[in-house]
Design a protein around this ligand. Structure first.
Ligand code: NDP
Length: 334
């Protein structure tokens, strides 16, 4: 069977493709320009017979997905929707975040309804951002679960700071998909993953630390920082765990119709503490902060994904080590 995956050139998408190909799936990757295919092909040259591409220049237009669903080597039985703008500094919240996120999500469900007669499930990379109530800050004592929804509406999001607008874009995009499925009752169901910060290694390594995806960039910026970064997200999941979760979400029947918060506790003090012992060569390049003093914040409960999807979280120390080994290697190569 073939999985159609949007955002095939993304950090998260690469891990899903890698694990899907290794499990024997065919993958059709959707990218928005032909030039994005080369890098993906290179990463997976060992499986070139099972990987094909569709170029969809505007993911908000359902009709542009028609060729993506046409003539697969094996029927497209699942869609994994990863593509969404993940940038925190934008000029125009509507144009750069909200409209592509919401429009892209609606277009993929409409396109799967219209052209994907064999599609039985769509797995969506939403975010913990769609769960978190940004305005509540660190919310000490509170535990976020799948029952929580980011309450920010479209109008408020248009004038909000970039980070809050990004969070709203993910919540509104996810809601649009649930609403569509509830109203239209298509031939497929939905499974939504809500990962907190995603960290961990890049498939094929990091080529250039100047052009990293947003979460890797945040992490990399700790090197040479004068202070330990302040609180942002109180949870993280390793990208390899998230990749496996997408396939489990497609395969496990009981997951249908559910959302899954994916994350374990995260704070930057724990990052620098663990890197100091795991990678001594970085010791003098990291802010020290107050070793062992973990700042207080809300908790995230990612246990439903362990129970239903059978995933096992990779610990922070391992994820950080594997992330920073790649950053250091990339910088050495320059
Ligand atoms: P990347 O920046 O690597 O990937 C983003 C992907 O979305 C790229 O394939 C990009 O394509 C595509 N995309 C962005 N904007 C558009 C647009 N307007 N039209 C079409 N495609 C677009 O980041 P990640 O891999 O981290 O993000 C992947 C997904 O994971 C996103 O949905 C993100 O919200 C979600 N996520 C990520 C987290 C993290 O910490 N990394 C945390 C929680 C959720 P192109 O290269 O052409 O721009």
């Amino acid at each position: 069977q073939t999985l159609l995956l949007t955002g095939a050139n993304s950090y998260v998408g690469s891990h899903i493709i890698q694990q899907a190909l290794e499990k024997g799936y065919h993958v059709r990757g959707v990218v928005r320009s032909e030039s994005s295919t080369a890098g993906v092909r290179d990463k997976f040259s060992a499986h070139s017979d099972k990987l094909s591409f569709a170029v969809v220049p505007d993911i908000t237009k359902p009709e542009l997905f028609e060729p993506a669903f046409a003539n697969p080597a094996k029927p497209i039985t699942g869609v994994i929707h990863v593509a969404s703008p993940f940038v925190l500094n934008v000029e125009d919240n509507k144009r750069d975040l909200l409209d592509p996120a919401i429009g892209g999500s609606l277009a993929i469900v409409k396109a799967a309804s219209a052209y994907g007669k064999d599609v039985r499930r769509i797995v969506v990379t939403s975010s913990f951002a769609a769960i978190l109530d940004v305005m509540q800050g660190t919310r000490v004592g509170y535990t976020y679960t799948e029952a929580d929804w980011n309450p920010m509406d479209y109008e408020t999001a248009t004038g909000a700071p970039g980070g809050a607008a990004y969070c709203a874009s993910k919540a509104l995009a996810e809601k649009a998909m649930w609403d569509y499925v509830a109203a239209e009752k298509p031939q497929f169901d939905l499974v939504v993953l809500n990962p907190a910060w995603v960290f961990g290694p890049h498939v094929g390594g990091v080529k250039d630390t100047k052009h990293l995806n947003e979460s890797s960039h945040m992490l990399y910026s700790i090197i040479g920082a004068s202070e330990v970064p302040g609180f942002d997200f109180g949870g993280f999941v390793d990208v390899r765990t998230l990749g496996a979760a997408h396939l489990a979400a497609f395969e496990i029947p009981e997951a249908g119709g559910q959302r899954f918060l994916m994350g374990q506790h995260f704070d930057y003090q724990s990052v620098v503490d663990s890197l100091r012992s795991e990678l001594p060569e970085l010791k003098d390049k990291l802010p020290e902060g107050t070793p062992g003093k973990v700042p207080e914040s809300y908790a995230v409960d990612g246990s439903k994904a362990e129970k239903v999807l059978g995933i096992k979280y990779i610990p922070l120390s391992e994820s950080m080590k594997d992330s920073f080994v790649q950053f250091v290697e990339a910088d050495k190569a320059v």
